[in-house]
Design a protein around this ligand. Sequence first.
Ligand code: NDP
Length: 273
Amino acid sequence: MDQYVVFGNPIAQSKSPLIHTLFARQTSQSMHYAAQLVPLGEFRVAADAFFADGGRGCNVTVPFKEDAYQYADQLTERAKLAGAVNTLKKLDDGLVLGDNTDGEGLVQDLLQHQVTLADQRILLIGAGGAARGVILPLLAQQPSSITITNRTLAKAEALVDAFAAHGPVNAVALDELAGGQYDVIINSTSASLSGQLPGIPESLIQPSKVCYDMVYGSGPTTFNQWAQQLGAKVVLDGLGMLVGQAAESFMLWRGLRPGAKQVQRELRRLMQE
Ligand code: NDP
């Protein structure tokens, strides 16, 4: 049976084994997917041992995405620009390919919910690893602009420098956003995890707007509760992105696209139990 794994620290909370087991069942693939806790500083040891034992591919989560980027022999363009890898695949020639499927997972989730991205003004809140990973896939949808804002503005400006050659990106400080118009507002900060709002003005949330929080949980996130109260048209959390990035990894490994919607529904049901 083909072996896959997700490496992380911590890892007990990871939903990836469940998601990939559901994908494998759905598509009749003979594969086993496990979760492995890797001690800090030992990513290379763990990955070497896994591939030496015949492992076919792995997902990589916090805090090893940069280690996986260093580990890969080859990188996809989106992984290069993200500066981080969440998926490794052993190629037929023995080399290891590194990819980053997080951004495509977000884009696919938005598109599945009939959210238009082409010609839209996107506001991306946050400038950490998650933001960096989604910019190129979002640009591929040809939005009219991506405005990046962040509590620490210099980090948003650094992302603009990194991506300016690839499309219309700009940075605006949180306290200069009032009066701006954005169609799709994506919160890539971890603020909801501590029950906080990321600090954008209320006036940006209007009934025609789409709001997306990359954080997810058993109920609505802090940001999504706020957006809902202010009457946003569409409010989505990051569970779909999580399943979407897994579907992209599965596609890379197995050459088959699993049905993400069905698995997302099942996962939501289990989380609410
Ligand atoms: P990082 O630590 O790299 O970046 C965190 C970002 O959040 C920074 O921009 C930081 O601002 C900002 N931030 C943190 N707390 C606050 C706050 N209270 N108010 C305003 N801004 C804040 O994390 P990642 O980018 O890797 O991840 C961000 C979130 O995205 C996480 O919660 C993670 O769970 C989620 N995520 C979800 C995925 C999914 O599949 N659904 C995939 C990947 C990530 P500053 O720079 O000023 O510190």
